[in-house]
Design a protein around this ligand. Structure first.
Ligand SMILES: Cc1ncc(COP(=O)(O)O)c(C=O)c1O
Length: 304
C-alpha cells in the first residue's frame, strides 16, 4: 500500500495511521456503503482530478439509491477531494476513494437510524491491470458468476455490497490463471467486467452494451465521446460471449483500468492477439484528455 500523509474523515484531515473506525461499524457487518474510484493525473500544469463533478454526483446518486442520507453536503465533499490532494502533496498519479458509510451506534439490519460517516482516502497508484496490460493486452474469461441481477440488487449504485459479486468473479478468474473476468447478465449477454465496462470492435464499428446491466461508467462515456471525435461508428447493443470470440478487438474501460486491451478471451485469441488499432487510438485519446493535452476536454479537469 502506498501510504499518504492524510485521510479526510468527516471534515478533518487525519494522519493516515490514525484513520480508524470501530469494529461495530454497521457497514462492516451488512455491507451498505457507497464509494467512488476517481483518478488524478500529473499534467503539465500540475495534478488534476478527472471528472470530479461526475464522480461526486454518482456518489450522491448511489447514496440515494441505497437509502443512505449523507452526513456531509455535496459541495463540502467535492472540495474535500481538492483539499486532501493539496495536503498530501503527491508526486505521481493518484487514486481517490471517497466512501459514505454507516458508522457506529446501532446494530441490526434496519439502517435508517445508523449514523453516517464520510471519508476520502487518496494514494499514488499506477495501472490497475498492469502497465504491460495497457500495451500488450490482458487475458480474460467468462465468469461462472452472473452479474448482480436487477431484480435483487441496485446495479446503478456503486455500492460496497455489490462488490462481493465482483470480488468472487475476480478471485475465480485470477485463481484460474486469467487477469480479469467478464460477467454475463441473467439473459446470457455480457454485462461488464468486475470493475470495468466492455467494448468490442467488429468490422470497424465500436460496440458497447447498454447500461441495463452495468454501472453507468464515466470512462465508457468519455470513450464514446472520443470515438465520435475520431469518426468511429458506435453502436450500443447487447453482445454475447461468442461474438467476442470473433470480434477484431476487445477492450475494457474504467477509472482504475483506464483503456485496457484484451488479447485473449476464454482461450480464444482476439484479433491479432495484441492491442488493436482502434483500441490504441482511443487509449491515446483518453490519456491525452486525462493528462490535459486535449484543449476541448480541459473542462473535465479540476486542477489542484
Ligand atoms: C462494476 C463496475 N463496472 C464499471 C466500472 C467502470 O466505471 P467508471 O468508468 O465510472 O470507473 C466500474 C468502476 O468503477 C465498476 O466497478
Amino acid at each position: 500500500m502506498n501510504e499518504a500523509k492524510y485521510i479526510w474523515m468527516d471534515g478533518e484531515l487525519v494522519p493516515w495511521a490514525d484513520a480508524k473506525i470501530h469494529i461495530l461499524t454497521h457497514t462492516l457487518h451488512y455491507g451498505n456503503a457507497v464509494f467512488e474510484g476517481t483518478r488524478a493525473y500529473q499534467t503539465d500544469d500540475g495534478l488534476a482530478i478527472f471528472k470530479l463533478d461526475e464522480h461526486c454526483r454518482r456518489l450522491y446518486n448511489s447514496a440515494k439509491i441505497v437509502a443512505i442520507k449523507p452526513n456531509m453536503d455535496f459541495g463540502t465533499v467535492k472540495q474535500a477531494h481538492i483539499d486532501l490532494l493539496r495536503a498530501n502533496n503527491f508526486k505521481n498519479n493518484v487514486y481517490l476513494r471517497p466512501l459514505i458509510y454507516l458508522g457506529y451506534g446501532q446494530m441490526g439490519i434496519y439502517h435508517k437510524n445508523v449514523p453516517v460517516n464520510t471519508s476520502i482516502a487518496a494514494w499514488e497508484w499506477g495501472a490497475y491491470l498492469g502497465a504491460e496490460g495497457l500495451e500488450q493486452g490482458i487475458r480474460a474469461c467468462t465468469s461462472s458468476i452472473t452479474r448482480n441481477p436487477n431484480r435483487s440488487t441496485f446495479g446503478k449504485a456503486k455500492a460496497a455490497g455489490n462488490y462481493l459479486n465482483s470480488q468472487m468473479a475476480k478471485y475465480e478468474a485470477i485463481e484460474n490463471g486469467f487477469d480479469e473476468a467478464l460477467m454475463l447478465d441473467e439473459n446470457g449477454f455480457i454485462a461488464e467486467g468486475t470493475g470495468e465496462c466492455i467494448f468490442i470492435v467488429r468490422n470497424g464499428k465500436l460496440i458497447s452494451p447498454p447500461n441495463d446491466n452495468s454501472l453507468e461508467s464515466i470512462t465508457q462515456a468519455t470513450v464514446l465521446e472520443l470515438a465520435k471525435d475520431l469518426g468511429i461508428e458506435v453502436e450500443r447493443r447487447n453482445i454475447t460471449r461468442d461474438e467476442i470470440y470473433i470480434s477484431d478487438e476487445l477492450f475494457l474501460t474504467g477509472t482504475a483500468a483506464e483503456v485496457t486491451p484484451v488479447r485473449e478471451f476464454d482461450h480464444r485469441t482476439i484479433g491479432e492477439g495484441k492491442r488493436g488499432l482502434v483500441t490504441e487510438a482511443l487509449q491515446k485519446a483518453y490519456f491525452d484528455v486525462v493528462f490535459g493535452r486535449n484543449e476541448k476536454y480541459k473542462h473535465y479537469l479540476t486542477y489542484i
